[in-house]
Design a protein around this ligand. Structure first.
Ligand SMILES: Cc1ncc(COP(=O)(O)O)c(C=O)c1O
Length: 400
């Protein structure tokens, strides 16, 4: 059976050339005579490959030596918990005597995933959750995540929070921060506390490696699951500033919550991400994707291509909107380059749009079950030509 164009939100499309190479590695990894899913994670061939993966991330994102790159499991969801536990431990070591109410956890809530993250922080306790801004407050209907908030809407807690959290691309709601500092939809880095190592956490799950990360060095933790832009599910990538690799047991002695060892950033760093068995196969495929992206020109290459792809889809949505066929679900300026969300207007029109797309060889365009509508994911592996096929279909659809 031939392959279709997969616009799914994750797990999502991977480059075919990588899949073909990975198939060979499944039988024989790097000339070892052992398949990649069978080889010891402590073999010299695999540890060398892991070091290469780390190096590929470091060089393509320009990660400075102040930050460690850690490779783990558990997905973005495990990080919703891990960032709270590790950064509360750090805060405890810095300020042992403060009561929990004076350990602010600042959350910027712009969509379903940052909402899940703040809910987890509340569930874990140990600090005081402060919602810096919730973009639903300024939405069209008062209840949707349809924009990146204006800078003057952010209310940070003060000079020394335990963490400041945001999600760079909200995969379900289709809103993304602009990486142009002069845009009103940029993250307000200039409003962050000064004269301190800011405990800034960015969830980059659905935009990692799709373009350069603004102010990367100013982040305490950046995390991302691999399953959007760079590989299969099962690998989680962390970029952690070294002052956040704290002794969680020393913090627990001072009253912080105990942290499971597999979630403690210091455990991962002290063991070169090999404290326990890593996700060997996802790591392998991700490494092949990263090698390929390095050859193509890295994040700068992808930024250009991804912009062109998104521009084409957004202009088709707008054209359809003018004809009363489509309706964009996010406000101008906040639309994601990775996740384009829109409605097809009219009784039964959405089902017709989806089934027509499937008949034309395109799958994965149904919106998340919590919000409905259409969602087109334009991750790195989706080519410009494949995007053109979708755009032509959209134009045919509204011309009917
Ligand atoms: C932005 C974002 N954060 C977090 C998650 C959760 O990741 P996981 O399913 O790997 O736990 C996702 C998953 O789609 C996501 O898109």
């Amino acid at each position: 059976m031939s392959r279709v164009i997969n616009f799914g939100a994750g797990p999502s499309a991977l480059p075919e050339s990588v899949l073909e190479e990975a198939a060979k590695g499944l039988l024989n990894f790097n000339g070892t005579g052992i398949g990649i899913a069978e080889i010891s994670h402590r073999s010299k061939e695999f540890t060398a490959f892991m070091a290469e993966v780390e190096g590929l991330i470091r060089s393509q994102l320009d990660v400075p030596e102040t930050h460690s790159i850690l490779l783990t499991q558990g997905g973005g969801s495990a990080q919703f918990s891990a960032v709270v536990l590790n950064l509360l431990a750090r805060h405890r070591l810095l300020y042992p005597d403060l009561p929990d109410e004076e350990r602010p956890l600042d959350y910027v809530v712009t969509g379903s995933f940052s909402k899940k993250a703040v809910d987890e922080a509340r569930r874990l306790g140990g600090g005081r959750v402060n919602v810096v801004v919730d973009s639903r407050a300024s939405s069209e209907d008062g209840n949707s995540f349809d924009s990146i908030p204006a800078h003057d809407a952010y209310a940070f807690s003060g000079p020394d929070p335990a963490l400041i959290y945001y999600c760079e691309n909200e995969t379900i709601n289709g809103v993304q921060y602009s990486n142009d500092a002069s845009s009103p939809a940029s993250f307000p880095f200039h409003l962050l506390p000064k004269n301190t190592l800011v405990p800034l956490v960015g969830d980059y799950s659905s935009s990692f490696m799709s373009r350069p990360i603004p102010r990367l060095a100013d982040h305490a933790v950046i995390f991302a699951g691999a399953q959007k832009n760079i590989g299969p599910a099962g690998l989680t990538i962390l970029i952690v500033r070294k002052d956040c690799l704290v002794d969680v047991d020393a913090a627990a002695k001072l009253g912080a919550a105990s942290v499971p060892l597999t979630m403690a950033y210091k455990t991962l760093a002290d063991n070169s991400s090999l404290y326990n068995t890593p996700a060997v196969l996802p790591l392998y495929i991700s490494g092949l994707v990263l090698r390929r992206s390095q050859e193509l020109g890295g994040v700068n290459y992808y930024e250009e291509v991804n912009k062109r792809k998104a521009d084409k889809v957004y202009s088709a949505v707008k054209e359809g909107e003018a004809k009363g066929v489509f309706r964009l679900k996010v406000k101008e300026g906040s639309g994601s380059l990775m996740s384009v969300v829109f409605d097809v207007v009219g009784e039964g029109a959405e089902a017709k749009f989806v089934s027509g797309a499937e008949a034309a060889g395109m799958k994965g365009i149904k919106g998340h079950r919590s919000v409905g509508g259409i969602r087109v994911s334009l991750y790195n592996a989706i080519t410009e030509e494949q995007t053109d096929v979708l755009v032509a279909y959209m134009k045919d659809f509204f011309a009917q």
